[in-house]
Design a protein around this ligand. Sequence first.
Ligand code: GLY
Length: 361
Amino acid sequence: MSGTIRVDVPLGDRSYPVLVGDGARHELASVLRESKLTAGAQRAAVITQPGIGVDIDPGIGFETFEIPDGEQAKELSTIGELCSRFTRFGLTRRDVVVGVGGGVVTDVAGFAAAVYHRGVAVVHVATTLLGQIDAAVGGKTGVNLAEGKNLVGAFWQPAAVLCDTEVLDTLPERELRAGYGELAKYHFIGCTPQAAQLIGSHPSLARRLEGGEPLSSLEGAELVAACVAIKAEVVASDETEGGRRALLNYGHTLGHALEIAGRFDLRHGEAVAIGLRYAAVVARVLGRIDDDRVAEHERVVAAYGLNASLPHGIDRDEIIELFGRDKKAAGGITFVLDSPDGLEVVPGIDPGVLRSALERM
Ligand code: GLY
């Protein structure tokens, strides 16, 4: 489709395209024909949620499987039910699962695809900003347990991802805000020349990013494509999060703690926005960055219309305890922190530093 920007996720013989632009969902049939993982598929199991209502045509026989709305769909029983329904539909290992929706759908569809018949191809049609710039790309799939979020899952890379920016126009403002914090995060990870080169289909955008054009000058499909390229480059360098991929969690340690505390009515992006400012304040307390850089975090977050103050009624002891339960906390409380050389994963942070940073917020 003319105008669609192609970003490649370079994973050797498992490399795949992410197509970004208005109407990208209409590329589904040709993507399924062209990918070597899906070219022989005779049927598609389309997984979506009732509220999504995005029309797609896989160009092969398909059945639609709805999972419940909301985060409660992300549980093991949903995976078991889907796999039973795939069996009754006659889905084979040569066929394909298509996830149409936001992060909940792509996490569930990807995990069901990873385990059904020990692995069947999956293609994601990401319909939310958060899904397009984060959840659908990079192969993290999984569900929640009563004990915590995303505790069971698999790395299962898709055969392709379609990010249709046209469908973002119909998203409620609050749903868009769920993605804005992630957009702000990419400003601080930054676009490397290697990331810019992954946007080979749009040489002028690639050149501008290689020349250091800031993300804040981009909008629409160009902005989504730039974020996807940054993520693609990080994922390709550390697919299973042995180290560098954790940079994609910048701002998420406090963000997740606020979400887990559960009483602040924050969308993911809103929690990450507060977490970005907090990570900057922690870095400031540790003397890693100066006041100007903290102010830059505040400016970027505010530019997306996001609040960066702690919610009322926060319990600092509870938040610090939740930091210790974070999946990154293997070597003591771990944060992604800024420095003059860029972001780094920093283990073993003193709780006193974290408390002092909470007091400065
Ligand atoms: N959402 C962070 C990652 O994919 O690693």
